[in-house]
Design a protein around this ligand. Structure first.
Ligand SMILES: O=C(O)CCC(=O)C(=O)O
Ligand SMILES: [Fe+2]
Length: 275
């Protein structure tokens, strides 16, 4: 019998009583419903091979290789491996790998014309301290905006690219860094829940379309300050065997990036698209 236990006040739910390898359609439907309702779903205690993880991930959508080729699994391009090859040949810590996802709150794949629907991680190794992942609701962010700001944002599009204004492209191969920017509405209706979310990513946005540069920069600063609502947060403390999926259409996340670098923190990761 599947049990769903809410974790944070608005987002996050933990599923008990399942083995994702043998889950039937009715069981999966219960998990999918919980995911739409809670945005972030944790399934603890799983024992998976890569094929099991891919098969389960494909039930949520289409699994696509991540543009960072250098962090792909050598035999499975759809699998990104987080936290390996942290130290270069000279023994120096590679910050781009160690601090991946820790530079700030973000949503994955906003640089694509069709942004990622979901990201799913499977924890293979967990450090003794630190290394949490933090999540926050885009619905809560939208709801808390002052009405005049909501009015200003309606119908506005943002222009997004890989690496954003900081050009943070260290994980891309040199030949892949010339990214073509894409546009997305800043106020986004979730295609499955119909709820309204603040779709924004300070690390990937270049500008807000139709505004002068100074006004666009000021609005980006204002949205950066307003995008995280404490009542919409959930902080995940990893255990080996956790499978965690988040909805990039309605939640932000960031890695805490604070674990002892000499310890392992390793995940398999997939990017899931709608089509
Ligand atoms: O490692 C983490 O906690 C999350 C990293 C991240 O941002 C991602 O996988 O998209
Ligand atoms: Fe991310």
């Amino acid at each position: 019998m599947i049990q769903v236990r809410p974790l944070g006040p608005q987002i996050g739910a933990e599923i008990h009583g399942v083995d994702v390898k043998t889950l039937d359609d009715a069981g999966f439907a219960a998990i999918y419903r919980a995911w739409l309702a809670h945005n972030v779903v944790v399934v603890p205690g799983q024992h998976l091979e890569i094929d099991d993880f891919l098969r389960y991930s494909r039930r949520f959508g289409v699994v696509r290789p991540h543009p960072s080729k250098m962090t792909r699994h050598p035999e499975y391009p759809e699998i990104t491996v987080l936290g390996v090859n942290k130290f270069g040949p000279d023994g120096a810590l590679d910050e781009a790998i160690y601090r991946r996802g820790a530079e700030g709150w973000h949503t994955d794949g906003a640089y694509d014309a069709e942004p990622f629907k979901a990201t799913q991680l499977y924890a293979l190794a967990v450090p003794s301290t630190g290394g949490d992942t933090l999540f926050a609701s885009m619905y809560a962010a939208y709801e808390a905006l002052p009405a005049p700001l909501k009015d200003r944002l309606h119908g506005r599009e943002g222009v997004f690219t890989y690496g954003g204004r900081r050009k943070a492209t260290a994980l891309l191969n040199a030949e892949d860094r010339d990214w073509t920017p894409v546009r997305h509405p800043i106020v986004r209706t979730h295609p499955e829940t119909g709820r309204t979310a603040l779709y924004f990513d300070p690390g990937k946005i270049l500008r807000i379309e139709g505004l002068e540069d100074a006004e666009s920069d000021a609005l980006i600063d204002e949205l950066s300050a307003r995008m995280i609502r404490p009542e919409g947060e959930y902080r995940h403390r990893w255990r080996k065997g956790d499978v965690v999926i988040w909805d990039n259409r309605c939640s932000y996340h960031k890695a805490a990036g604070d674990y002892p670098p000499e310890e392992d923190r390793i995940h398999w990761r997939v990017s899931i698209k709608e089509k």
